[in-house]
Design a protein around this ligand. Structure first.
Ligand code: NAI
Length: 325
């Protein structure tokens, strides 16, 4: 079709935005035949910087970029939006604890949830990257009663991609050999990559490595990767986060062959508390994801998933107490 797909990005003048916008505009999200209109939201003081980014987008002369709108009013920016990537969030500052962070972000995601509810297109899909991503998605979803709940996802694809590469490196294989990998739980250091169902060239990944490697090296390396990047680069991961945001949204729109990790509102599958936004192995067909059913989880996996789900429940309880959901 020639009608441009309206893609909204919040926090568009930030680090992730600087990688993300150019990929979307170049066709990496929807392909070379689908024109996109970018709708970019920022806070007022960042609009000038965002104008500079738009100048650079112009200077790329992307054939798939049909237009760009910028602004600081979510009601205007989300008007008619088909796909929304909620990247902008309040970073944790010195002296802020997790409760302060949840409260500060709560205000952002209640407002954006309402604006999406009132102004987005009927086919809206919302992906939250800004942290704490899972709970921010829960807040936005809870403030958008007219949008089906399953249209709100959060990003655990970066954890998924990290988990895939670390396993591929350990086994000396290409990432293309690895299938049926999934991250479970929250996008924080409690996230759980399950190698007991992951396949490598048809074999079970956990059978090809030592259990101690999984618990003492693999899981901590994936969980602490964000910190390792800050320590090395002096800045948090941005290009890889943008890439994962594209991967998730592209797969959600276009479909999947293999399992992918998506944080989605739990329907109670695998005993994960209904209603919280938690990561599951998912497959996508016709623009709709499904949580993969019938997976056997061993005791170790069940324990790890339960611990991560407990974090999500605690975040949910906090934002409930703050009146945000
Ligand atoms: P950044 O600080 O460079 O950019 C964030 C941008 O959001 C800023 O330009 C800021 O002005 C904007 N912003 C703040 N409040 C806003 C609002 N109410 N509406 C619109 N824009 C607003 O941060 P960066 O590096 O781009 O990261 C963005 C978020 O993504 C952070 O919360 C970060 O923790 C998270 N993140 C999530 C990952 C994941 O895997 N889920 C991975 C990496 C980062």
């Amino acid at each position: 079709s020639t009608t441009p797909v309206k893609v909204a990005v919040t926090g568009a003048a930030g680090q992730i935005g600087y990688s993300l916008l150019f990929r979307i505009a170049s066709g990496a999200l929807l392909g070379p035949d689908t024109p996109v209109e970018l709708r970019l939201l920022e806070i007022t003081p960042a609009l000038k910087a965002l104008e500079g980014v738009v100048m650079e987008l112009d200077d790329c002369a992307f054939p798939t970029l049909a237009g760009v709108e910028i602004g600081d009013d979510p009601n205007a920016i989300f008007n008619g939006t088909n796909l929304a990537m909620l990247v902008g969030a309040m970073p944790r500052k010195e002296g802020m604890d997790r409760a302060d962070l949840l409260a500060a972000n709560g205000k952002i995601f209640t407002g954006q949830g309402k604006a999406l509810n009132d102004h987005a297109a009927d086919d809206i899909k919302v992906l939250v990257t800004g942290n704490p991503a899972n709970t921010n998605a829960l807040i936005a979803m809870s403030n958008a009663p007219d949008i089906p709940r399953e249209r709100f996802n959060a990003l655990t694809r970066l954890d998924h991609n990290r988990a895939k590469t670390q396993l591929a490196k350990k086994l000396g294989v290409s990432v293309t050999e690895i299938t049926n990998l999934a991250i479970w739980g929250n996008h924080d250091d409690s996230m759980y990559p399950d190698l007991y169902n992951t396949k490598v060239g048809g074999k079970v990944a956990a059978d090809l490595v030592e259990q101690t490697w999984i618990t003492e090296e693999y899981i901590p390396t994936v969980a602490k990767r964000g910190g390792a990047i800050i320590a090395a680069r002096g800045l948090s991961s941005a290009a890889s986060a943008a890439n994962a945001t594209i991967d998730h949204m592209r797969d959600w729109v276009k479909g999947t062959d293999d399992w992918v990790s998506m944080s989605v509102p739990s329907d109670g599958s695998y005993g994960v508390t209904e209603g919280i936004v938690s990561s599951f192995p998912c497959v996508v067909k016709d623009g709709q994801y499904e949580i993969v059913q019938g997976i056997e989880l061993n005791d170790f996996s069940r324990e790890r998933i339960a611990a991560s789900v407990a974090r999500l429940e605690s975040e949910r309880d906090q934002v409930k107490e703050l009146g945000l959901i």
